[in-house]
Design a protein around this ligand. Structure first.
Ligand SMILES: Cc1ncc(COP(=O)(O)O)c(C=O)c1O
Length: 395
């Protein structure tokens, strides 16, 4: 055996299991992360920027008045529902308040998909939606978009190529988690036309809409076949309160309501807080957009210091993007683990958002204070270098 082969084998034998693979379960990992002090939170696209005092005050008021002892209206408070429709500029639409966008996605998928039906979604993408389809016995085409030839985006032509006789659903996550692009208005129009021509329903998940410069709603072009999924978790910084909504025409929302589990309504306190956040949005949103854009630039500069690493999408129209690491030879799971273990920085390796392409990228989110992003910017090139030179094993 050649000497280099021996060395490689030995170094592999001493390779510690990445930290994140040492957790027995997802729950154990979250408990660890939440309990750890001073973690820099770049792994969940959640918003850690201060938004507005009035939002916390709304929560305190519910607690002081013990309002949580009552059930809320089952479909949500009308003021909140109207404010969401207004925010989307869809005044003629109905709104059902849900426990996060996730519950909204599940209810809508449940109302559409039956055994043997087919749905289309991008890969990479937000995979849980595809899983919801599969739970109902549906088949999913995960359309590959991760290549420079496709500009790393889901194109209307690619969707057309996937349509079958039993296709019922087109799922658009826009802006896209994890890549961070937003569809153009022309693309949205084209998707709406495809839906009309082939009798499809569109789920338009707009969780990250507030981070984009310009955003078009499929509901504007195909209202009679679009469910818009709304979330308070990201721009509104209310992830832990678990609140979101389904927005569509009244008849479609009524049909979706047949699949509600939580028919006693969504968390009282969360609804009050969400309304305060919506009302104060003109004050805090411009600041958050500015800060997240500046943060993206800092990350870009740091990525440019690492040979062969690159950003497929920049600037992102969301609170996250991915760093392609394939040609660096460093596995995303190893850098995620190393950043967490040595630098207290939580990022996300790619397999969570793509089985096919996840080995190529690390996802980082930047709706966090700039001083935290500066720490990442300093740590990332160092950490990559340490892994490259196996310095990892001496720390
Ligand atoms: C595209 C997308 N949709 C929905 C969700 C879930 O949102 P919620 O916290 O409102 O359930 C996420 C969370 O990361 C997401 O990325």
């Amino acid at each position: 055996m050649k000497k280099s082969e021996t060395t490689l084998k030995e170094s592999e034998a001493t390779l510690p299991k990445p930290l994140v693979e040492r957790f027995k379960s997802q729950d154990e990992m979250w408990e660890y992360l939440i309990a750890s002090k001073n973690i820099i939170w770049m792994g969940q696209n959640t918003n850690h920027l201060e938004i507005n005092k009035e939002i916390k005050n709304a929560a305190l008021k519910v607690i002081e008045n013990s309002e949580f002892q009552k059930y809320p209206p089952p479909g949500g408070f009308s003021e909140l529902r109207e404010a969401i429709a207004q925010d989307l500029k869809l005044p003629d639409h109905d709104v059902l308040i849900t426990s996060g966008g996730t519950e909204g996605l599940h209810i809508v998928v449940s109302s559409i998909i039956r055994v043997g039906d087919h749905a289309i979604i991008s890969d990479p993408g937000y995979m849980i939606i595809g899983k919801f389809v599969e739970r109902w016995g549906g088949h999913v085409s995960y359309v590959p978009i991760y290549s420079p030839e496709l500009n790393y985006r889901l194109k209307p032509e690619a969707v057309k190529g996937e349509i079958k006789e039993n296709t019922k659903l087109l799922i658009l996550v826009d802006p896209l988690n994890p890549l961070g692009y937003a569809h153009t208005e022309d693309e949205i129009k084209a998707f709406a036309d495809i839906a009309k021509e082939h009798d499809l329903i569109i789920i338009h998940d707009v969780t990250y809409r507030d981070f984009s410069d310009k955003h078009a709603l499929a509901a504007k072009y195909a209202p009679e076949r679009t469910f818009t999924i709304y979330s308070f978790s990201k721009s509104y910084a209310l992830a832990g309160l678990r609140i979101g909504a389904i927005v569509s025409l009244k008849e479609m929302v009524n049909n979706a309501k047949n699949f509600i589990i939580n028919d006693l309504g969504t968390n009282f306190l969360s609804q009050r807080v969400a309304l305060a956040a919506l009302k104060t949005k003109p004050v805090w949103l411009p600041l958050i957009k500015k800060e997240t854009r500046e943060n993206q630039k800092l990350i870009k500069d740091a990525v440019e210091k690492v040979p062969k690493a690159f950003l497929p999408i920049y600037p992102a129209q969301a609170s996250m993007f991915v760093i392609d690491l394939l040609d660096t030879g460093i596995r995303p799971i190893d850098i995620m683990s190393h950043l967490l273990e040595k630098y207290n920085i939580f990022t996300r390796e790619g397999s969570y958002t793509s089985k096919r392409f996840g080995h190529r990228y690390l996802r980082v989110s930047f709706s966090i204070p700039t001083k935290h992003v500066e720490k990442f910017a300093e740590a990332f090139p160092k950490a990559m270098n340490e892994l490259n030179n196996n310095l990892f094993f001496s720390v």
